[in-house]
Design a protein around this ligand. Structure first.
Ligand SMILES: Cc1cc2nc3c(=O)[nH]c(=O)nc-3n(C[C@H](O)[C@H](O)[C@H](O)COP(=O)(O)OP(=O)(O)OC[C@H]3O[C@@H](n4cnc5c(N)ncnc54)[C@H](O)[C@@H]3O)c2cc1C
Length: 421
């Protein structure tokens, strides 16, 4: 290719496609280069997308997008070996406007990238971008498959372990900044899913698990219901996994074998297994001369323990990057000073506001007691409340006895949790 593009986007995940779609809609000449055979081929995700970010520039997108189910039921389960305690929340208000949808990335990413192509962007799949092209110490394009392709701005949307952000000197990687997400897609009949999760037709559930399932490593398990499959997985901090010398496959196998989980997935057929890193605290600088960084590549992920949000962050940051390119094109200025407008947009929007709000969450979520002691206390307490053994005590006395020796830590953790989450 000898043509110079207004923008080259590296990666056709949600961040890259949002940037390309928005740029193409504004009439700019945008190229997306994706290393997968097709967008989504290499992408893994727990399977829930919060709708608000995409709905802003594609209102009612779910009417045509390949969504699986609208999530109307949220469940949080504390797991012990023999017992579990669940909080089950249903809300009709999650239907209008829809709060979140379960999706399968292979389908969703292809659809979204095709929307960018329909709007006028050029998509080149199956090509890995190897390097950045530099002119006078400024990013001036990409090098892919031996070709040099020029652009006014390169948008790095290449995910959590962003080669582009690293090559531009915007990011240094440390293992402790990342979590590992492992996921299986387990096929089950539609009716079985609706019966097991108590769902009406096309409604979906998201169930999170804390406790025994991560073998004392900070993290959690999840199940999201798709139309005819479940997305089942575990997210754990990588450094703790290494420290404890635990095989990641063992964790997911034990999770599937837990009596609570095994009933939900029983009879299902594993269609797919995948694993991917999540940049929990791996922030990157977001711009330099001739380059912007969006989505996971910039570490724009929020994990509040109850919600894991990377997709809406990627989509909103991709759209903001397109705005920043438009501003730079108007001024014919692609310097970092001019492109810093991107970060101003993210600060005014929910992206950097939510990251700031939850900036204490990753540290709080590293507390081992959340995954060991507290699920145990909850299970023991509820056991005592329901067991009838001739030695009944009042609920308050059971609570006092069950928390004996741990109350100071519990109060401190509660206060920290309230501040962090
Ligand atoms: C197990 C798991 C569960 C998750 N659950 C949720 C959830 O429920 N909800 C949620 O919102 N988020 C979730 N996330 C996070 C979410 O997946 C990410 O935040 C989101 O995908 C980020 O989008 P992105 O476009 O920035 O990057 P990605 O989706 O990672 O896309 C990057 C793209 O760049 C391509 N690429 C990479 N390098 C190159 C290269 N050199 N050349 C060309 N192409 C390249 C990749 O193939 C990929 O298509 C989860 C993540 C994991 C791992």
């Amino acid at each position: 290719m000898t043509e110079k593009f207004d923008a080259i986007i590296v990666g056709a995940g949600p961040g890259g496609s949002a940037a390309a779609y928005s740029l193409a809609k504004m009439g700019f000449n945008a190229l997306i280069v994706e290393r997968g055979k097709y967008p989504g081929a290499k992408n893994v995700m727990g399977g829930r997308m919060y709708a608000h970010a995409l709905n802003r520039f594609m209102p009612g997108f779910w009417k045509e997008a390949p969504i699986e189910r609208m999530v109307t039921r949220e469940k949080l389960t504390f797991l012990c070996n023999e017992a579990s305690v669940s909080l089950d929340f249903q809300d009709g208000e999650f239907r209008e406007p829809p709060n979140s949808f379960t999706i399968l990335r292979a389908n969703f990413d292809q659809w979204f990238a095709n929307k960018a192509v329909e709007a006028g962007a050029t998509l080149v799949p199956n090509i890995r971008v190897d390097d950045l092209l530099w002119r006078e110490k400024k990013v001036a394009g990409i090098i892919a498959g031996g070709d040099k392709i020029e652009a006014n701005v390169v948008i790095a949307a290449d995910g959590g372990v962003s080669l582009m952000a690293e090559k531009a000197g915007l990011k240094k990687f440390e293992v402790k900044q990342f979590a590992l997400g492992m996921k299986e897609i387990i096929e089950l009949p539609e009716k079985t899913i609706e019966d097991r999760f108590n769902l009406a037709h096309e409604e979906g559930a998201a169930q999170l698990f804390i406790g025994q399932c991560t073998k004392e490593i900070p993290g959690g398990g999840f199940i999201y219901t798709n139309k005819t499959s479940l997305s089942v997985g575990i997210v754990v901090y990588i450094d703790r996994l290494i420290e404890k010398k635990i095989d990641s496959h063992e964790i997911i196998r034990e999770f599937n074998e837990n009596p609570v989980v095994s009933k939900l997935i029983e009879g299902g057929k594993i269609l797919e297994y995948s694993a991917h890193v999540i940049p929990e605290t791996s922030r990157s600088r977001l711009f330099t001369d001739g380059m912007l960084v969006v989505g996971d590549a910039g570490g724009l992920v929020v994990n509040s323990g109850i919600t894991l949000r990377g997709m809406d962050m990627a989509i909103a940051s991709g759209a903001a990057a397109a705005e920043a390119v438009k501003n730079a094109m108007g001024k014919n200025d692609f310097s970092k000073e001019c492109l810093s407008y991107y970060e101003d947009l993210l600060r005014k929007d929910f992206v950097l506001k939510d990251i700031a709000t939850f900036n204490k969450a990753p540290e709080f979520l590293q507390n081992d007691r959340l995954y060991t002691l507290y699920p145990e206390i909850a299970c023991r307490l509820f056991h005592k409340l329901w067991a009838v053994d001739g030695a009944k005590k009042r609920a308050f006395d059971e609570l006092l006895e069950g928390t004996k020796g741990n109350r100071t830590n519990m109060i401190l953790d509660l206060l920290k949790g309230l501040r962090a989450l």
